[in-house]
Design a protein around this ligand. Sequence first.
Ligand code: FES
Length: 262
Amino acid sequence: MTAFPACPSSCPVVRANAADDRLAWPVGQVRRVASVGGEVDETKRNLLKLAVVAGVLGVGGGGVVGGAIQYLQPPAVGISSYPKTQLFDVDGAPLTATKVESEYNYKTSDLYLFNYPLRNEPNFLLNLYPGASGVPGGVGHHNSIVAFSAICQHLGCPAPAIAYYPPNTCQAIGGRTFYIHCSCHGSTYDVTNSAANLTGPAVLPLPQVVLDWDQATDLLYAVGENGPPVNGHLNTLQGDYSVGTSSQLAKETPVILCNFPS
Ligand code: FES
């Protein structure tokens, strides 16, 4: 039986709520889902497990199950090449590297997500400076702005179940104090190294969005993707319609779990 280390006293209050019951899917190493309002009801968790199994077997639908089916059985649509997609801020303004670097600090726990290259492929936008700079694929004044798929490479849990953990949110993993962690079964990814795996059960890195920074205008674009296909897609270009020439950030509150094996 896996030994779970005690949650450090520095662990923050978990920001789960009723809407985050999706974290009960699928079954895994999630030992405790605390919330501001208390622990998630165990009966509800078990019902969700059954619902997911039914969904995988094709006898259920709606809500979380519908989401699972969406990723497992993507529609037969797609695109033939990566679009050049300009990124826009949460407020609709064109997104600049300067703004990301000043406002989306690597210590920020809020998630900033954008879809690319397809409408059902969400990605994290992260600024790692001043915690890290010159990282692979990084753009901006410090080569620190990166973007990774927000769908776990294990069984496809999407954000906010998979989330960015700011420095020292929980224990260090592989010597890293900030990383992406999936609450479903504990996979962890190194944000400073192209989202390489730090812990399984996932074995593949998260796909990394290729960003382009126009230094003259300070604007940011998504122009491609490296790494494996987005989980649940035969390839990253198949499974939904193109996001088009613009994609706007959406802000989400992460779900942070400690008490995971390291
Ligand atoms: S879906 Fe299993 S670790 Fe993320």
